[in-house]
Design a protein around this ligand. Structure first.
Ligand SMILES: C[S@@+](CC[C@H](N)C(=O)[O-])C[C@H]1O[C@@H](n2cnc3c(N)ncnc32)[C@H](O)[C@@H]1O
Length: 287
């Protein structure tokens, strides 16, 4: 089994855009997902951080709406594809581990994304907790965190563990899933016509994250949460910070990284008229 970084470097990154149906199809999907999240269509003057941005499926549609975007990914190959597609859009690509980047980020931001099943790539549930805490500490008072990830809590069985991802005359990709208690090992199998080295196989681990558990963790840290699930089994979580309501304080990175200080919850009236994420707020409170 490979580390996530090695899996992308050796197998997945060079075919990732192809796997998603090509850049235009993928960017249209990203645009639809940004709309589905209910984010303010006008991002002018706002900063977004896209954790595990890949080739920019969501970073590019956000930048087209006027957001300034920091796109963080460990794959240099995928960040190069992002640079090819972003042209003059205000996107800053950063090659880094996303956990390290977020915990070391000194400023504040309006929006943090971790979409397209990137969350399941983290090493453990403790890392997911840490990301949620660091996101809460990094967001402005009325900021939002958007997560989307696949729900692997109900194991597929028998032949359903083989998933045909994409197939054309030149190449085919199939995944095989092997379930353990807290994670699933994903084997990516690539056949390429005319290649002696075909098939190529590489595997890596993904976390089996329960959407309800993620929702509860976000609530514990002081977010209000809306969850939805699409027909492909992808869960989207939109979490809004509630001004003045925070259960954890940003840890001092010079201290023991596991140490957190508690603050009591102070309830405040939510001002529904604030412009940031007005569309989302409207939907949240009319559900
Ligand atoms: C499933 S892809 C999703 C990409 C993008 N968000 C999308 O929806 O198209 C996961 C991405 O996260 C990146 N990644 C995974 N673990 C990472 C980590 N710890 N730090 C930085 N990037 C990571 C991978 O290189 C890959 O680009």
């Amino acid at each position: 089994m490979n580390s996530v970084e090695d899996h992308y470097a050796t197998l997945l990154a060079p075919i990732y855009v192809w796997m998603c149906g090509g850049i235009e199809v993928a960017l249209s999907q990203g645009e639809r997902e940004i709309q589905q999240a209910g984010l303010d269509p006008d991002g002018a003057g706002r900063l977004a951080i896209d954790l595990g941005s890949g080739f920019g499926r969501h970073a590019i549609p956000l930048a087209r709406r006027g957001y300034r975007v920091i796109a963080v990914d460990s794959s240099s190959h995928l960040l190069d594809r992002l640079k090819d597609a972003a042209h003059d859009l205000p996107i800053e690509p950063v090659q880094s581990d996303l956990m390290t980047f977020l915990s070391g980020f000194e400023g504040r931001t309006d929006l943090i994304l971790c979409m397209g099943d990137t969350l399941t790539h983290l090493q453990s549930l403790r890392h997911v907790d840490q990301l949620i805490e660091d996101a809460s500490a990094t967001l402005n008072e009325d900021g939002a965190l958007v997560l989307s990830f696949r729900d692997y809590t109900h194991p597929e069985e028998s032949v359903d563990r083989f998933i045909s991802v994409r197939c054309d005359p030149q190449r085919s990709m199939t995944c095989f899933l092997e379930y353990s208690s807290d994670h699933v090992t994903v084997y990516d199998i690539i056949h390429e016509s005319g290649l002696e080295s075909s098939p190529r196989v590489s595997s890596y681990r993904k976390l089996r994250l329960a959407p309800d558990a993620i929702e509860q963790r976000l609530i514990d840290v002081g977010f209000i949460v809306r969850m939805s699930r699409d027909k492909t089994g992808m869960t989207m979580v939109v979490a809004l910070k509630v001004p003045g309501r925070q259960t954890r304080r940003r840890r001092d990175t010079k201290q023991n990284p596991r140490q957190t200080n508690s603050l009591s919850i102070e309830k405040q009236t939510i001002d529904l008229d604030r412009p940031l994420f007005a569309v989302l707020r409207e939907r949240l409170f009319t559900m």
